[in-house]
Design a protein around this ligand. Structure first.
Ligand code: M6R
Length: 368
């Protein structure tokens, strides 16, 4: 049941530390990353020369996040593609291509068809799935389960965070097999991941502040989301949550694109959520984003800034500041997404909508 929560989604948001811990558990043994049901040998992983992530919706966003980590750790090219587009073009696939099919339900028709297409072209397919024995893992060469537990809310929350963690495990397993990271580096990355449930728990302590902010945004017509690097897919995910729950016009942009068009949308009172990188980890991007925020604030936007605790440089430009704990850059999406989930759910609630069952949407989309 909802465990005393007003809606399932809030319960599922609060279960995220556990979802992450359960997804990581058991995957580091005797100093090595170990995946689940693997019909891919170490040699298969060594032979991989290209990775595709195929998925829909939030699962697709988890792939966009993972691209930054997998390319960095493995030096393999990673393409992330909407499953519904993948098989209708002519993707270059062969037996050395690893296709990672990410799906909470494991039943999404577009993703399933992408898996079939990839296998017909002899690519190896690894499913990242939250549902035991679902169709997508059944038709894949290997499966890595996210152990987020059943997700009832139509909007994906804990499964999304677990997908990022699982995709990162795939990246680390590839880096380990290929030798692009030393064993101690792989171990360090894993242990940093293991610290994330506590970091997410700290973000959750601020839920009430974010809910109050959300209530003040309920009458807005539109909300824009800006991010860079791993913050960019977080911006896309924040916008998707708001569209599906609050039926508001919401768009995520790469902040570097602002001057190439989106800045024309800025008008007085428009809420703009900015996902900041750490001032330590990505100093150059950080300062570029600070100037973006000052530009949009000068044009009257209402700025809502998610930034690392103690990041004083953003304070003058933030109409609302949501502080999150300092974590390594590649892990930031696991914490910066959380306030955006709460924001969307609470705006939807304030507008009188059913947070768990938004209109026109199904939990799993089993038709193309
Ligand atoms: O079950 P799947 O992970 O394959 O579902 C994919 C999308 O339909 C899903 O993430 C959808 O976008 C969510 N409603 C987003 O919150």
């Amino acid at each position: 049941e909802k465990g005393g929560h007003e809606y399932f989604m809030l319960k599922e948001i609060e279960e995220q530390p556990e979802a992450l811990a359960n997804t990581l558990r058991g995957h580091f043994r005797d100093g090595r990353i170990v995946l689940d049901e693997q019909r891919l040998s170490d040699q298969d992983l060594r032979d991989v020369d290209k990775v595709f992530v195929v998925a829909c919706g939030s699962a697709y966003h988890s792939g966009l996040v993972a691209k930054y980590a997998i390319e960095h750790w493995t030096r393999l090219p990673v393409e992330v593609e909407l499953a519904s587009e993948f098989r209708y073009r002519d993707p270059v696939l062969d037996r050395d291509t690893l296709v990672v099919a990410v799906s909470q339900s494991g039943e999404t028709a577009d993703t399933l068809e992408a898996v079939r297409h990839a296998r017909a072209q002899k690519a190896r397919v690894l499913a990242v799935c939250n549902t035991n024995g679902a169709q997508i893992p059944r038709e894949s060469d290997a499966v890595l389960y996210t152990h987020a537990g059943p997700e009832i809310g139509v909007a994906s929350t804990k499964a999304f965070l677990a997908q990022i963690a699982a995709n990162y495990l795939v990246g680390l397993a590839l880096a380990q097999a290929r030798g692009t990271k030393y064993p101690d580096e792989v171990a360090r990355e894993f242990h940093e991941l293991e610290a994330m449930p506590d970091a997410v728990a700290r973000v959750l302590e601020k839920v009430e502040d974010v809910r109050a902010l959300a209530r003040s945004l309920a009458d807005s017509k539109a909300v824009l989301f800006l991010g860079r690097h791993v913050g960019y897919p977080v911006a896309l995910e924040g916008a998707l949550k708001l569209k599906e729950l609050a039926y508001m016009h919401a768009e995520g942009f790469a902040a570097g694109e602002l001057k190439h068009g989106p800045i024309a949308l800025i008008e007085p009172g428009l809420p703009v959520v900015v996902v900041m990188p750490s001032p330590r980890g990505r100093a150059v991007l950080h300062s570029k984003l600070v100037s973006n925020i000052s530009e949009i604030q000068a044009r009257g936007a209402r700025t809502i800034v998610i930034a690392e605790e103690g990041d004083e440089t953003v304070r003058p430009f933030a109409d609302h500041l949501i502080e999150v704990p300092a974590v390594p850059t590649l892990l930031q999406p696991l914490i910066s997404t959380v306030p955006l989930q709460v924001l969307a759910a609470e705006i939807a609630k304030s507008r009188g909508y059913d947070v768990d069952k938004p209109r026109n949407l199904a939990k799993s989309v089993t038709v193309e």
